[in-house]
Design a protein. Structure first.
Length: 310
């Protein structure tokens, strides 16, 4: 069993409009844009990162905004809900704020004993705020959002699957423990995790497969401390039969990827070197940062990217 994964590192989704996406996450949800760069495989498209002050692993939502991208269709074989942690008693504030900002699909309920507010992002993204009483992570305080209400980072995510058995086995191998069942949803938690340490598996045997597009999660990344631990995890996964990519340098972390039995793309990402490797913490996410191979084409790339609000 793998013992080096401590929870989520980041979640990466797709969007249809960069400015709209930036506004929603920095204004409506009050997260900090901690990095403005480009898709390393398609530099005509932004890669935007939102999180806490430093972009701490377990807080970072990232997006590839492809202009005018077709909307995704929710279904099985995908991350159906990305879940954020908020303080107890703050659900009313968030319901009022989301309504005022024009968010859609707002619905309050209770999941595994915790108050939850479900809603959708600009492209129909499946999102939720969950009241968590023991989350000591420091929040980024945006205008109009107090310490008593601000998002702390992820609690975790929900996977929508036809059958959960193979993914349950994988999560156990990755260090997660089954803690509860509620209806058709089984909860897994990493003991002593980083706060973003919960995965819910929803069994939906009659639901059609998802179609990837704007609003869909592209991949979900799990955190390990460093490259040494990452190589140990890679070997363990390959020894178990998973086809894992070589280590890829993403400038702010190193990454490996593999496809799960349920069809979801998993990444294992390092906590090092972090988002402050090329920007001072006070100015994270302000300047367009490019991988070295794209620097000679900076003028052309910048000319093709839509300006974002601060």
């Amino acid at each position: 069993m793998i013992k080096d994964i401590k929870g989520l590192h980041h979640v990466t989704s797709m969007a249809s409009d960069a400015r709209q996406n930036n506004s929603f996450f920095t204004d409506t949800l009050g997260l900090r844009r901690v990095k403005k760069t480009v898709n390393f495989d398609e530099p005509s498209v932004y890669h935007l990162y939102y999180g806490d002050e430093k972009g701490t692993p377990g807080t970072v939502m990232t997006y590839f905004p492809f202009a005018n991208m077709m909307a995704g269709r929710p279904g099985v074989g995908e991350v159906g809900e990305t879940q954020f942690s908020i303080p107890k008693g703050s659900l009313g504030f968030w319901k009022e704020r989301l309504l005022a900002k024009g968010a859609a699909g707002i619905k309050a309920d209770t999941v595994f004993g915790a108050n939850r507010l479900r809603f959708t992002g600009p492209d129909g993204d499946g999102l939720a705020l969950i009241e968590t009483g023991d989350d000591a992570r420091a929040a980024w305080l945006a205008e109009g959002i107090s310490e008593d209400n601000a998002i702390r980072g992820f609690t975790g995510a929900r996977f929508n699957l036809h059958d959960t058995a193979a993914t349950e086995e994988l999560l156990r191998f990755m260090g997660y423990e089954r803690t509860d069942v509620e209806g058709n949803v089984t909860r897994f938690v990493i003991p002593g995790g980083n706060g973003a340490d919960t995965i819910d598996l929803a069994a939906l045997p009659k639901t059609p497969f998802a179609r990837s597009g704007a609003g869909s999660v592209h991949h979900i990344a799990f955190a390990v401390e460093n490259r040494e631990k990452q190589l140990e995890v890679r070997k363990a996964l390959m020894d178990t039969g998973y086809q894992v990519t070589p280590v890829i340098d993403r400038d702010y972390f190193w990454a490996i990827y593999f496809r799960t039995p349920g069809g979801i793309l998993f990444e294992i990402a390092t906590n090092e070197p972090g988002f402050d490797r090329d920007e001072d913490t006070a100015h994270l996410g302000e300047a367009l940062k490019l991988p070295n191979r794209y620097e000679p084409f900076r003028n052309q790339i910048e000319a093709n990217l839509a300006p974002l609000a601060a």
